[in-house]
Design a protein around this ligand. Sequence first.
Ligand code: PLP
Length: 390
Amino acid sequence: MSFDELSAELNNRKQQFLYRQRRTLETPQQPLVEVDGREYLAFCSNDYLGLANHPEVISSFQNAANIYGVGGGASHLVNGHSKAHHDLEEALAEFTGRPRALLFSTGYMANLGAVNALLDKQDAVFEDRINHASLLDAGLLSGARFQRYLHNDVESLDKRLGKTEARRKLVVTDGVFSMDGDLADLPAISSVCEKHRAWLMVDDAHGFGCLGKSGGGCAELFDMSTDQLQVLVGTLGKGFGTAGAFVAGSEELVETLIQHARTYIYTTSMPPAVAAATLTSLKILQTENWRREKLETLIKQFRTGCEQIGLQLMDSPTPIQPILIGESDKALDMSQGLEQEGIFISAIRPPTVPQGSARLRVTLSAAHDEEQVNTLLNKLEKVARGSGII
Ligand SMILES: *Cc1c(COP(=O)(O)O)cnc(C)c1O
């Protein structure tokens, strides 16, 4: 092992246009951000509803910090489980129409914890090919027989489920696919699960807040009960605008997670003030339908505009509206060209997405307005022409 070895690998990555660099934000999440000292109109945040910087969410956070202090202090099973956490869990259970909900510190940990509490070597896990990395990692770590089925392809899943003799079968999918923006075909997937007596776990990180009449995500949109969708995961750092995650489901599921989910047991609880702020953002998200309606208007405006320009969009009804570019160098070029025009959108490249499918992952937020989306369309057209994409 040597520094030279690492250095050679890093250089290799640069040559393939896959090197990643962080950018430093000097403002809250909002349409106009300051990045490395320059102002940009940003279209790549997951703050879909504009709640990350909402005054009521901020004041709930501040008030709770005055009551509970800052740190969670210990894990939930020692003495880190505060009333703020408990109240949020009860509200999330009611919101999702599930008997119970359990908070985790991050979505990554919720996924790792849930899959690993449920499965071991005697079991089998079936994952959509383009599931989020945290779900794939969760399945691999569990030691269960790990299989990927073709993207959103129920026949491919059915075939695989038919061949296994594992003790437990768990099917795992994103609700909204994070890099493509399309929806999992949950009614069809859940009936295949039922046929094979498999359980279904859905990670709806990008659906909560955005989809369903009251923001209940895919489960609300497709009206999926606890018997059809046994393990429902939501994250709080996206539509909710705060941080953390939860798993919602039956009494038995949540008690099993409390006993066995290692990412729940062996970590400090999230700061109670984050839970209190989340309770406020949950109330706003449920009642302020205008945020979802506005998103819908902006999505329509953006898709119509792209069609007119001739840009290739994906089949997405959600605020995730990626523009498929293909090669990593081209995507990087586009992203840099847009930056010169004052638009901030990062290029998403392999291994986050499959080889040859680098893209600009445009995301819209209820905090954007129509004029800003117009600006985006104009700049996209200019830069895409300049790089020969259209
Ligand atoms: C962002 C994301 C996660 C991770 O959630 P964090 O709370 O950011 O750790 C998990 N699953 C999906 C589908 C995501 O998009």
